[in-house]
Design a protein around this ligand. Structure first.
Ligand SMILES: NC(=O)c1ccc[n+]([C@@H]2O[C@H](COP(=O)([O-])OP(=O)(O)OC[C@H]3O[C@@H](n4cnc5c(N)ncnc54)[C@H](OP(=O)(O)O)[C@@H]3O)[C@@H](O)[C@H]2O)c1
Length: 268
């Protein structure tokens, strides 16, 4: 625990969307924060807002596509004499142009930001958590990780499936250590995500309002799940129905079902 007996959460991808909402939830629960993402402006604006509530906030910019970033973050945090009691691996993005049309550098960045960096950050921070018999790790995966593969954003679902399985394994390993691990699997959530990948118009017309959740709701569900030590949580009743359906349908039928999704987005 840091000076003043407050716990500290490190949140990646905190400059927007679900990460920023998680920062607000953690602050409202009395935690201090370390916020990271590439854009300093939105991080500083959020930090300023949260400091008014009495929360100590440290901003560290980092590009998690850079292989050196996880270690550099860990070192920067140690240098400041801070301890991380909760790690929220949230940063992420997708590319939807299709496998062959996507720049290989973007594929590499997706894998680094959403797969390698979360693994490395957990490997860096979890030993200290175990040594202190207290820790929380949220890996923000996706409903896509529980569904059959999709065309268009070919690597996104598999990366999120990896994150779910890796979280489950870590949950089992750390079960009796005081460290809780949760994979948070949101469905469609109102954030900057679909603006960044350029599908805002298509997803808004293809999917009705009831399928969309707010980042605030997703963040609250994630926070409560990790506190309750649930290895996995998917916010939203209908999202769980969809994932359950996909799991029990024959592979080919399930794949066709999701193929329809890709067509609705005019991807393939
Ligand atoms: N929105 C959805 O429908 C949805 C559904 C399921 C799962 N998710 C997952 O939820 C997580 C958060 O996404 P969101 O919906 O909140 O999207 P968002 O609003 O676009 O936020 C994404 C965050 O990730 C950060 N980020 C992106 N690339 C980065 C990089 N190279 N290095 C460091 N930070 C990076 C962004 O910050 P900077 O640009 O400042 O670096 C931003 O803070 C992601 O893992 C996403 O896959 C989203």
């Amino acid at each position: 625990m840091n000076p003043g007996n407050r716990r500290t959460a490190l949140i990646t991808g905190a400059s927007a969307g679900i990460g920023a909402a998680l920062a607000r939830v953690y602050a409202s629960e009395g935690w201090d924060l370390i916020l990271t993402a590439r854009r300093a402006g939105p991080l500083e604006a959020l930090a300023e807002d949260l400091r008014r509530t009495g929360c100590a906030v440290t901003v560290l910019t980092a590009d998690l596509a850079d292989p050196a970033a996880p270690r550099a973050l860990y070192d920067a945090i140690l240098e400041r004499g801070l301890m991380v009691d909760a790690l929220v691996n949230n940063a992420g993005f997708s590319r939807t142009a299709g496998f062959l049309q996507t720049d290989p550098a973007d594929h590499a960045a997706m894998i680094r930001v959403m797969l390698t960096a979360p693994v490395e950050l957990a490997r860096l921070f979890a030993p200290d958590m175990v040594a202190r018999s207290y820790g929380r790790i949220i890996n923000v995966a996706s409903l896509a990780g529980r569904m059959p593969a999709t065309g268009g954003d070919t690597l996104y679902g598999p990366i999120k499936s990896f994150l779910i399985k890796a979280s489950q394994g870590l949950f089992l390993e750390l079960k009796d250590t005081g460290v809780h691990v949760t994979a948070l699997c949101p469905g469609y959530t109102l954030t900057e995500f679909h603006d960044v990948n350029g599908t805002r118009e298509e997803v808004s017309s293809a999917y009705p309002a009831w399928m969309w959740q707010t980042a605030e709701h997703v963040a609250r569900v994630g926070y409560e799940a990790v506190e309750a030590n649930r290895p996995q949580v998917t916010p939203g009743f209908m999202n769980n129905v969809l994932a359950g359906l996909a799991k029990h349908l024959p592979d080919r039928v399930a794949l066709n079902m999701v193929g329809g999704h890709a067509k609705r987005l005019k991807r393939i």
